[in-house]
Design a protein. Structure first.
Length: 197
């Protein structure tokens, strides 16, 4: 092993340990703060981009906040998982959530998974994009590489393995279309989040 590759390996490992420490603080401390303003402050301080009027409820888990961007007037329910990992060389990971997006409780959004075709099960990272006016029901799981189009709806408990076109309503495991949404239904504001949650 050359000195350069050794230095690179050590630097990568130290960076990973630092990120694990920050992630731990966000889980163990920030996630329990009963104030939307304080949580937003600390998430932003950790590198997350959060638009005006958007909020994240309590008890959430955030992986690599530096690569998570949330638009305006979006609400994320309690016990969420947001994965912004983009650590691998050449990775395109990261999470983007648009404006006026309503994400219910216990939703998990992943940008990193194991490559099951690789004998070492190395990680692979792919971005997730959620467009404006999307509604995601409780306990939905969204896997890496998925784009959810403007105004789409994901029903409770669905597992989204493929991208969802705009205005499509999907449900099931894996999620499949069951209806479409009317474009005229979009244009609303979500309003304020509940206090102390």
């Amino acid at each position: 092993m050359t000195a350069t590759s050794l230095f690179s390996k050590v630097a990568h490992r130290l960076s990973a340990i630092w990120l694990e420490f920050i992630t731990g603080l966000l889980w163990w401390v920030v996630g329990y703060l009963p104030s939307h303003h304080l949580r937003r402050f600390f998430y932003r301080t950790a590198g997350m981009k959060i638009g005006t009027g958007s909020t994240l409820h309590m008890l959430g888990r955030v992986y690599d906040p530096r690569h998570i961007a949330i638009g305006e007037d979006s609400i994320i329910g309690e016990q969420f998982v947001l994965d912004g990992r983009r650590q691998l060389p050449g990775s395109k990971g990261g999470l983007t959530i648009g404006n006026h997006v309503d994400i219910a409780s216990q939703v998990m959004i992943w940008t990193s998974e194991h490559d099951l075709a690789d004998p070492t099960m190395k990680p692979k990272e792919e971005p997730v994009e959620i467009a404006d006016y999307v509604f995601i029901g409780p306990r939905v799981i969204i896997l890496p590489g998925v784009t959810i189009g403007r105004g789409a709806v994901v029903a409770a408990g669905a597992v989204v393995t493929k991208s969802v076109p705009p205005l499509h309503m999907v449900a099931g495991i894996p999620a499949k279309q069951f209806a479409t949404r009317n474009e005229a239904a979009l244009g609303y504001k979500l309003g304020r989040a509940r206090w102390f949650q």
